[in-house]
Design a protein. Sequence first.
Length: 134
Amino acid sequence: MRKDINIPEVKNVTVAVAKKTNELNEEEWSVHLINKNDVDIENTLVTSKGYGQQNGEQQKTSTLRHFLETVEAQSTALIEPIQPDLFHLYNEYWVSYYIGRDIFDRKYVFVPESISEDNLIYIKELEMEGILHS
């Protein structure tokens, strides 16, 4: 039964939206996976989508799927670039990965207006400013 299924808790893996300035002095935003574990995570699948309302009208983005074969211990991986035009939406990232034979998964949602200049912090793993999902 359901109570007999062991669902391991996700620890030390998170998602961040980060900002950097490129060579043309333009802001670029991107979404990253951060693995703070002392072990690699394998066969990582990330599904991303945006949804919400603007001016009383429902909006949603396409669902994108990203495969990251191995995210090494104590490292990061780029998931995708993100346009600031999408910050008014709920931006959802569903992350599933393996450590050994155990599968882990968790949904990370950035709520509207959470991705803003006012909420930026320095993320040492990325060496960039951004918003770190807790």
